[in-house]
Design a protein around this ligand. Structure first.
Ligand code: UDP
Ligand code: MG
Length: 311
């Protein structure tokens, strides 16, 4: 029987933690009773440098039920880092990451486990609707997923960080050494058999969002910059187009000069090189950018391959 570990990053979550603890333990009890998971299954709360009573609440939960474990980070490192800390340290055959605010539907977890039993190593929780989000968040999220697709970043639209991962997938994740974390971009790179479970996202149980706009923008930028060098390629393309165009302008100026008497002295020799050199500069900026992106991906030291099976 598998041991399950629920991994929950928390930042200033004193308003929701008692309820979250209660509900997650009830879920474990239920699953143990149905003999779906091992009785030693656990909940791991990661305190991401909270300034409120979050850590003492986690200590209290641990004292009253040994299945609750806590990890306290030295300061606020951000949701993605806190989540990674939990994933890479929590024991168990199967880890499910979810938010502390109960927005992720707990009823989806048994369905995730069912997909795991059918052979999936990674199960993505995908929102079926965004009714509980504000209009602003909905609109920006939709636009952002479209943008990511344009940039060729492989993410699953409307999947955040509610997912199941097998021990094998976690071990593969360990080999990704990058610090600019955008987990939902890394996980699809792991490969393995995956599955999707749809769920309805609830409203936050209590408290307010710990993802203010600046944090959201920083995460959004990581999502693009860590996975795509397309913008650099565009610079090359635009540069090449401008240089080519300037040659055409030169040709046109020549035609005007030879076949009409409308040519303006000094025009072609000023304008054509300006466009030509401008374009050339953009082209080579793109080329230099290409090398920088190579250096960048070397410094990330991502694994070059992940083995699924050997015979
Ligand atoms: N969180 C965290 N560190 C942070 C910000 C958020 O660990 O710096 C946690 C937070 O406690 C919650 C999860 O990340 O469990 C998602 O945050 P939140 O629900 O505030 O985001 P939203 O649902 O508004 O996007
Ligand atoms: Mg939330």
């Amino acid at each position: 029987m598998m041991t399950l570990n629920l991994v929950v990053p928390c930042f200033d979550e004193e308003e929701v933690l008692p309820e979250t603890g209660k509900r997650l333990l009830a879920l474990l009890d239920q699953l143990v009773q149905r003999e779906e998971i091992h009785p030693e299954s656990a909940v791991t709360f990661i305190d991401d440098g909270s300034r409120d009573r979050t850590w003492s609440l986690i200590e209290g939960l641990h004292a009253s039920d040994a299945r609750v474990r806590g990890i306290k980070l030295s300061r606020n490192q951000g949701h993605q880092s806190a989540l990674l800390a939990g994933l890479l340290t929590a024991p168990g055959d199967v880890l499910v990451s979810l938010d502390a605010d109960l927005q992720d539907d707990l009823d989806a977890i048994p369905r995730m486990l069912a997909a795991y039993r059918q052979g999936a190593e990674i199960v993505f929780g995908v929102r079926s609707c965004r009714d509980t989000d504000t209009f602003f968040k909905r609109a920006t999220a939709h636009a952002y997923y479209r943008l990511l697709q344009r940039f060729g970043v492989e993410v699953l639209p409307h999947h955040a960080d509610f997912r199941l991962m097998s021990r094998r997938a976690i071990d593969a994740l360990r080999d990704f050494r990058e610090v600019n974390l955008f987990l939902r971009g890394i996980i699809p790179l792991l490969g393995f058999r995956t599955a999707v479970v749809m769920y309805e996202r609830h409203a936050r149980f209590a408290g307010c969002s710990k993802y203010p706009l600046p944090k959201m923008l920083a995460l959004a930028f990581d999502g693009i910059a860590s996975f795509s060098s397309k913008p650099l390629l565009w610079s090359t393309h635009v540069g090449a187009a401008i240089s080519l165009l300037s040659l055409l302008i030169g040709l046109w100026a020549l035609v005007i000069r030879l076949f009409t008497d409308m040519s303006v002295p000094g025009w072609a020799s000023t304008v054509v090189p300006m466009y030509f050199l401008g374009g050339l500069q953009m082209l080579f900026l793109g080329v230099i950018g290409g090398y920088i992106s190579k250096i960048y991906s070397e410094t990330k030291q991502r694994p070059r391959f992940i083995i699924e099976e050997m015979l």
